[in-house]
Design a protein around this ligand. Structure first.
Ligand SMILES: Cc1cc2nc3c(=O)[nH]c(=O)nc-3n(C[C@H](O)[C@H](O)[C@H](O)COP(=O)(O)O)c2cc1C
Length: 190
């Protein structure tokens, strides 16, 4: 399975980089392929096209949007790393999702929340479910709410709170299971 990890924050000092790297590591440790999709390295403009993504048919007016499409097209499932901003998800993450459409069709999404409070971005992740549904995709039930994120990782980015391990395993096991189950019904866009 190919399971990219989508990082939803581009701010200086973002804490979600640690959970994002950890998820890439854990996906690979399960024997799957992954990549960190970082919009700080691959910036996308705010969606400004007159043509809506579904009508672009895989050809985008921006090099990074084209790259993002290539990654998403190849993906069997996604892990979204969701930082909570004002009880919602970040504009960066929503903008990245808005750039594509068919690439997500009939694929499962797993969500990892990041906040400095104890709710671990649960509010933002719940709001994202309805966005994901609009792609004809599916957000699995299991989530990993990293909160407070600063207590979960040390300064070097290493996970220090081992209680997260079981939740990560549960999320990835279910994500892979749904990816396998949904693969036969996926549209062939390649
Ligand atoms: C603009 C902004 C709004 C925030 N709003 C919330 C919030 O509503 N609830 C919360 O728990 N944390 C909130 N926080 C704290 C973030 O969840 C915390 O800084 C987290 O580390 C953000 O992820 P990042 O570091 O990857 O950007 C906010 C942070 C920012 C920058």
């Amino acid at each position: 399975m190919y399971i990219p990890v989508i990082l939803g924050s581009v701010r200086e000092g973002r804490r979600s980089i640690d959970p994002a790297k950890l998820m890439v590591e854990r996906i690979k440790a399960m024997g799957h392929e992954s990549v960190l999709v970082d919009f700080k390295e691959m910036p996308l403009p705010f969606f400004d096209s007159a043509v809506v993504p579904v009508a672009m048919k895989g050809v985008y007016p921006n090099e990074n949007a084209q790259k993002w499409s290539g990654i998403a097209l190849k993906a069997d499932a996604f892990v979204l790393v969701v930082s909570e901003y004002n009880h919602g998800y970040s504009a960066v993450l929503k903008n990245a999702l808005d750039w594509l459409y068919m690439e997500f069709s009939k694929k499962p999404f797993g969500m990892v929340g990041v906040s400095d409070g104890k709710f671990g971005a649960m509010r933002a992740m719940e709001q994202l479910r309805s966005v994901i549904e609009n792609f004809g995709a599916f957000a699995i039930r299991e989530v990993v709410p990293f909160g407070p994120v600063q207590d979960a990782f040390d300064q070097s980015g290493k996970l220090i709170d081992e209680s997260y391990n079981k939740k990560i395993e549960g999320l990835l096991t279910n994500l892979v299971e749904f990816a396998g189950a949904m693969k036969p019904i996926r549209p062939n866009l390649n």
